[in-house]
Ligand binder design. Structure first.
Ligand SMILES: NC(=O)c1ccc[n+]([C@@H]2O[C@H](COP(=O)([O-])OP(=O)(O)OC[C@H]3O[C@@H](n4cnc5c(N)ncnc54)[C@H](OP(=O)(O)O)[C@@H]3O)[C@@H](O)[C@H]2O)c1
Length: 305
């Protein structure tokens, strides 16, 4: 199979590209900087330029020669949300997806058979301890608005191709993401539950994200929203305790919501609130998680860091 990947140079993208290549798929990357993409991804990956994804269409020939499209690109969310950063977070996702879908529709019956368009559990907004399956409604905060519009743009391709919106949770990875931000504090023994610690963290191991995205490419039954989260979500306090045990460090120092808000501004809502998202669709599709439980998942990630 030939798979076109946007955001291929990112934390998730690099893993998806490696897994596809390992099973013998041809991988084509679209990047703002194809030289860098080639250097990062290796000579086996064909890289094409898409310099301004929010303003211009993707190159049509690689799109039309692909069987599947995995769309991962997006401005990092974990930064201070200045008005300009918020615009980049929104536009990089919504406008690039609009450009991509217009190109898919223009390709007609030469369009790839599936679009797996990245999404996020941010769809649900802060939702306390309610169990959230894919039928739960969208929230109303900034991120929920971005994610709802992002999915709406992707689903406009449904008349042309199969569309899956992979609502991914907090990815635990040895190479960056949320864990990299927490680790220095926990290693020093000054980590602990944030903002009371009762909020749920929709965590998932990077290996399972990669496998779930590829499962959604392969399985013709996958369509619409799919929660990409571990089957056993935990609260922020449970995550802190598990991380402390995995590191052999105390993890009891509470971090007040105010401190996090001073540090990160409005972006702090990502850690001071959360979602108890559950992978109902992945279970229906028979997806087998390699890392269903938090402590062994953390030990595995830390072992590779
Ligand atoms: N990591 C998580 O915990 C998590 C959780 C839920 C959802 N997600 C979503 O999954 C996607 C991939 O996540 P990731 O962690 O792999 O992201 P990442 O490491 O930040 O990589 C994203 C890629 O998108 C491209 N990009 C970055 N800023 C851009 C901009 N302003 N305009 C256009 N392209 C831009 C870059 O590729 P080039 O430089 O090659 O163009 C980059 O390598 C993102 O949409 C993210 O929001 C991630």
């Amino acid at each position: 199979m030939r798979v076109l990947v946007t955001g291929a140079t990112g934390m998730i993208g690099r893993g998806v590209v490696a897994a596809l290549a390992a099973r013998g798929d041809e991988v084509v990357a679209l990047s703002r900087d194809p030289e860098r993409a080639r250097a990062l991804l290796g000579a086996g990956v064909e890289a094409h330029a898409w310099p301004e994804p929010q303003l211009t269409p993707p190159p049509q020939p690689p799109l039309e020669r692909s069987d599947a499209l995995v769309h991962l690109l997006g401005e990092p969310v974990a930064q201070r949300w200045s008005p300009e950063a918020k615009r980049r977070i929104r536009d990089s996702r919504i406008l690039s997806t609009r450009q991509l879908v217009a190109a898919l529709r223009a390709a007609g019956d030469r369009a790839p058979g599936v679009l797996v368009s990245q999404s996020a559990t941010g769809w649900y907004g802060p939702a306390g301890d309610e169990q959230l399956e894919e039928t739960a409604p969208a929230g109303s905060d900034f991120l929920a608005g971005v994610v709802a519009d992002w999915e709406r743009e992707a689903r406009a391709a449904e008349s042309t191709t199969r569309v899956v919106c992979t609502r991914t949770g907090v990815v635990l990875s040895p190479g960056g993401g949320a864990l990299a931000k927490m680790l220095p504090f926990f290693r020093l023994g000054i980590g602990g539950p944030v903002a009371g610690g009762r909020q749920y963290v929709p965590w998932i191991h990077l290996d399972d994200v990669i496998a779930a995205l590829i499962h959604c490419v392969d399985d013709a039954r996958a369509d619409g929203p799919v929660n990409v989260t571990a089957p056993n979500p935990v609260t922020n306090a449970q995550l802190s305790r598990a991380l402390g045990r995995a590191l052999g460090r105390p993890a009891v120092l509470p971090v007040p919501a105010l401190a996090i808000r001073l540090l990160y501004g409005e972006m702090a809502t990502i850690v001071t609130t959360g979602q108890r998202a559950v992978p109902a669709r992945l279970r229906e599709l028979g997806f087998a998680f390699r890392h269903p439980d938090i402590e062994p998942a953390l030990r595995d990630v830390l072992g590779r860091a």
